[in-house]
Design a protein around this ligand. Structure first.
Ligand SMILES: Nc1ncnc2c1ncn2[C@@H]1O[C@H](COP(=O)(O)OP(=O)(O)OP(=O)(O)O)[C@@H](O)[C@H]1O
Ligand SMILES: [Zn+2]
Length: 483
């Protein structure tokens, strides 16, 4: 019998007869003390492994039970919030006292806020201040929806995100801030892109929707879904030093489609990344979105429906424009709508429903050059050419491609303010022309415009740098600043 066989035999004996009884078999001369002690150690390890497995199973079961309880609690809270709220607790009385004493609110108004649910779509420049004031005011359930993660470029205006939350999802960043601000309310997160497939299912869980997004496709999507679900839509926008605000689909007022039946051409749309925005402007508009939402919940007078509020931050001036009334032939909100289900909004608008990687394709491949090709053929060889950077002067000052480039902002090209100067230079030097911008969209628009002019003078067409400075930073120079 080998030593291993002996060991197995002892283990069996320990299992069958127990440790003490093993010694009875010692007379058989099969066993010795050393063997027994090894067997006991092995058995001990087997025992510990068994214990670990049992504990792991216990923990799995407990976790499952905990999850079930959390779900039960959530459902119960929702039910309670909707149906059983009849008074405020002491903490709530103290917390909201400064607004409860307003004649427009009172205890009944505060209870209405507590029973209400609001979905803030977009946790950026507008969504942050809107969600902040809604949470502060005691809206019982706030949903925050955003697909994005926090970036450094967000922090100057998206005031619920911090250096510590850069890289986290925006919804988690907002949730953790708001939960610290007000533990009496419920914050729900939806980390996803709002699309035609998920919009109805999510929006129907809330009473009022706040549009704090930044793109046309999502605006149409939110509008149509809100009309179909009969939800008011508190819509805001902010760019550079200006902001706008209105409430759609509220008590017979117009919807977004009534006013804008067709989307604008993609090349006319500017976002904060290209046009810039001051944080305080988004702060003003986001705070006003919270105000309109609160007025709707309270059924107060003066809701901004059928009117558009324009804010000029440069002049510190507010203007109120009367909007056209609801359109009797509106495709979605009229009595006989032609649009009764959500559509493909990216296709409808010819624009992405995100402002990330929105890449226009206005030019033929032969009118474009990759950054790699441009680098290898023109920059590293030092060959003479003319590079026109069509970004604004401030952006040009922030960073430039190596070599000499001339800065002619896109507006100056499209308005032919400086095209004469470019033409003269090219006619004189006969240099090939390349055009660059931040992400490769404006440069295409500029190339389209310049090509027509160049043709008239029999000059070779200019070419666009595909993907602009972003592509350069990604492919050629990782140390090039991205903004
Ligand atoms: N369809 C959508 N689904 C989910 N979130 C969306 C959708 N469209 C836009 N958003 C979100 O709306 C927010 C708009 O805010 P804002 O424009 O201030 O932020 P940003 O896109 O991070 O800014 P920047 O343009 O400077 O990069 C963004 O966080 C964006 O992710
Ligand atoms: Zn309409």
């Amino acid at each position: 019998m080998t030593r291993i066989q002996e060991l197995v035999c002892v283990c069996r004996l320990i299992i069958l007869h127990g440790y003490k009884d093993c010694f009875k078999f010692e007379t058989n001369n099969i066993l010795d003390h050393e063997l027994i002690s090894v067997a006991i150690t092995v058995m001990g390890e087997i025992d510990s492994e068994g214990e670990i497995e049992v504990l792991e199973n216990d923990i799995r079961t407990l976790r499952k039970q905990l999850q079930e309880k959390v779900q039960q609690l959530k459902a119960l809270k929702k039910h309670f919030q909707k149906n059983c709220i009849t008074k405020l607790n002491n903490d709530e009385i103290a917390r909201y006292s400064r607004q409860i004493i307003l004649s427009e609110i009172g205890v009944q108004g505060q209870l209405k806020l507590k029973k209400a649910s609001v979905l803030v779509v977009g946790a950026g420049g507008l969504g942050c201040p809107a969600a902040l004031y809604l949470a502060g005011a005691g809206i019982g359930r706030i949903g925050v929806l955003d697909y994005d993660e926090v970036e450094l470029t967000n922090l100057h205006r998206q005031l619920l995100h911090t250096e510590a939350t850069v890289g986290l999802t925006k919804v988690v960043s907002v949730q953790s801030y708001l939960e610290q601000l007000n533990s009496q309310i419920e914050i729900e997160t939806h980390h996803m892109q709002l699309t035609s497939d998920n919009a109805i299912g999510i929006l129907e869980q809330y009473d009022i929707i706040v549009d704090a997004t930044d793109n046309v496709a999502t605006r149409y999507l939110l509008n149509d879904a809100c009309v179909m679900l009969r939800r008011p839509l508190v819509s805001g926008s902010a760019l550079q030093l200006e902001g706008q605000l209105t409430v759609y689909n509220y008590r017979g007022g117009p919807c977004y489609r009534c006013l804008f039946p067709t989307p604008p051409p993609p090349e006319t749309v500017t976002n904060c990344g290209d046009g810039g925005v001051l944080g305080a402007i988004t702060g003003v508009i986001g705070a006003l979105q919270a105000l309109e939402t609160i007025k709707i919940i309270l059924s107060n007078e003066g809701v901004l429906s059928g009117r558009l509020l324009l804010f000029d931050g440069q002049q510190s001036a507010f203007r109120n424009l009367k909007l056209r009334p609801k359109k009797p032939t509106c495709a979605v909100c009229s009595n006989e709508p032609t649009l009764t289900a959500l559509i493909d909004y990216e296709q409808f608008c010819q624009m992405k429903a995100t402002d990330k990687d929105t890449a226009l394709e206005l030019l033929k491949p032969c009118e474009r050059i990759s950054v790699r090709e441009y680098h290898d053929e023109w920059i590293s060889t030092g060959r003479q050419h003319l590079l026109i950077d069509v970004r604004g002067a401030n952006q040009f000052e922030m960073c430039q491609l190596p070599g000499t480039s001339v800065n002619v902002p896109i507006e100056d090209i499209l308005n032919d303010r400086r095209t004469g100067e470019i033409m003269a230079q090219v006619e004189h030097t006969k240099l090939p022309v390349y055009v660059v911008c931040r992400r490769g969209n404006d440069s295409q628009v500029a190339v389209q415009h310049l090509t027509a002019l160049f043709r008239q003078h029999n000059l070779p067409a200019p070419r666009d740098l595909i993907g602009g400075l972003h592509a350069w930073a990604k492919t050629i120079d990782p140390n090039f600043p991205i903004y």
